[in-house]
Design a protein around this ligand. Structure first.
Ligand code: AHG
Ligand code: MN
Ligand code: MN
Length: 487
């Protein structure tokens, strides 16, 4: 072998290849050009080895940031790594201080990690507050913006986009219209035959959550954009049937949230979350499904209420569309949603009060103004997460589903409910936490894992963290060697 080529190959394994960030990203975050960016490199695997994973998504050494080939390169990640470049430049002993912080407080508690996340979140929030830096279409007196046009225009911010993600969003808009149609006639079920009974056409009536689940699977399984799905209604991964093309995304969804409310004509919803596939091969695997929420490339929900609305984000702000039933189109109605910083509403089921830990009870007393520290929030609880979340997103406030002694992890599901809504709320300037950790930073271990959830206006969720971050620590066990287990 030509020694020059061999040397080049070794260099590529060690240092990866130079990576050019897209012009759109640099236009938004010009500071990123101060770092050197590379794709691949051995450092990623060394970092992964330390954290017990195959590789990390990004690692910074001096002025150089190495990104994994599978990295989705979200602004969050780029700005996070860029903070490490600045930390390197500021303190010579940075690598040692970083290692020390990780040993003492664990990777998540590392001060440099938290600063990096905070800087990224702040920069993103600042930019999305200035819609003029975005290429975003607006209504004019003579034109309206359909969801399709909006998605196309938004895609122009990513010159490298292949259109596959846009396809996922169109398909979801279509599934939403079909589910909306079923939900609207739900009250007629008794006339036409109830669940399990035969209807007039001789078809077996199905429950709406089962129908919605099937509608979504059918809308997506042959489109060639997804390589697998997971649904709250199904125990395992839903594979794309043999013979159909597979794509580079996975989608996780709750087909009909709050479905027990259907019988009484209360709003229900659909929630979805999209990630890029990280494993090789055509089929989606568990590793693709169990990515932390901060790696979502898109997320959204549909609320089937007095009107049907779809709210989604691809990391460029959260935008809402209302279905115009007369033409069957979703029209842009709420561009760049911003959640008020402090609340109006508290949404919690306080029938569980006797089972809450003391810290949770104290927190709720604070929200309700009972400890004399603040004015009380108004209490509103529908019992459909989507409906409660949507109201608080527009009006300000906090939704809480705390852990209690009967369900120590709460009730809501991390992958189908907490993560997608957390992505949206952060894009709108809010926050989501499990009481101790940012929801988007939780490393999932199980498809159907549950999490306590505090989500909504930033300052209200910060109050929850203030009360719970010490109080609700799970009891630590003593290890065999007599040491306490780390948190
Ligand atoms: P799902 O219908 O998908 O199972 O979810 C129902 C959830 C959520 O929508 C709501 O916030 C919560 O259940 C209400 O639970 P409680 O009745 O315990 O308050
Ligand atoms: Mn649900
Ligand atoms: Mn459900």
């Amino acid at each position: 072998m030509d020694p020059r080529r061999a040397l080049k190959a070794i260099r590529r394994v060690l240092l990866g290849e130079p990576l050019a960030l897209s012009a759109a990203v640099l236009a938004l975050y010009p500071m990123l050009s101060q770092a050197r960016w590379r794709r691949g490199g051995l450092a990623l695997y060394v970092g992964g080895w330390f954290l017990g994973r195959r590789s990390v998504e990004g690692i910074t050494l001096g002025r150089t940031v190495f990104l994994a080939p599978w990295s989705t390169q979200t602004p969050q990640l780029l700005l996070h790594e860029f903070t490490h470049v600045r930390q390197f430049a500021a303190v010579t002993a940075f690598p040692f201080l970083y290692a020390w912080q990780s040993i003492r407080h664990g990777y998540r508690g590392n001060r440099f990690e938290r600063d990096a996340d905070a800087y990224a979140a702040q920069m993103i929030a600042e930019r999305s507050l200035r819609p003029e830096v975005r290429h975003v279409v607006k209504h004019t007196a003579t034109s309206v913006v359909t969801i399709e046009r909006f998605i196309i225009e938004e895609e122009r911010n990513f010159p490298d986009a292949t259109g596959e993600l846009s396809g996922v969003l169109y398909d979801m808009a279509l599934a939403a219209k079909m589910i909306a149609n079923k939900v609207r006639s739900a009250g007629l079920a008794d006339i036409l035959g109830s669940a399990g009974a035969e209807n007039v056409q001789g078809e077996i009536q199905q429950k709406l959550d089962v129908i919605s689940n099937e509608i979504i699977i059918k809308a997506f399984d042959h489109g060639g954009r997804l390589c697998a799905m997971a649904s709250e209604e199904e125990p395992g991964i839903i594979q794309i049937p043999e013979g159909f093309r597979t794509g580079k995304y996975v989608m996780l969804f709750d087909p009909l949230d709050g479905s027990s409310n259907i019988d009484v004509n209360v709003p229900v919803g659909t929630i979805f979350s999209v990630y890029k596939k990280i494993t090789r091969g055509p089929r989606g695997e568990m590793e693709d499904m169990l990515q932390p929420g901060r790696r979502q490339v898109a997320a959204g929900y549909i609320i089937y209420g007095s009107s049907t609305m779809l709210v989604y984000t691809t990391g460029q702000g959260a935008h809402g569309f209302t279905l115009d039933p007369s033409i069957g189109e979703f029209l842009l109605s709420h561009p760049h949603i911003r959640i008020p910083n402090a609340g109006r509403y508290l949404s919690v089921n306080d029938a569980y009060e006797q089972d809450w830990p003391d810290a949770t009870r104290a927190l709720m007393r604070r929200y309700r103004g009972l400890d004399g520290e603040r004015k009380s929030l108004n209490v509103r609880y529908v019992g459909s997460l989507v409906a409660d979340f949507h109201r608080n997103l527009l009006g300000g406030g906090v939704f809480a589903y705390p852990s209690n002694t009967k369900s120590p992890r709460g009730k809501l599901r991390l992958l189908y409910e907490a993560n997608p809504l957390a992505f949206i709320v952060e894009q709108a300037g809010g926050l989501a936490s499990d009481g101790r950790r940012r929801i988007l930073d939780v490393d999932p271990t199980d498809l159907h894992q549950r999490t306590p959830l505090y989500i909504g206006s930033k300052s209200e969720v910060e109050t929850a963290i203030e009360f719970l971050s010490t109080g609700e620590e799970p009891p630590r066990r003593r290890r065999e060697d007599g040491q306490m287990e780390s948190a």
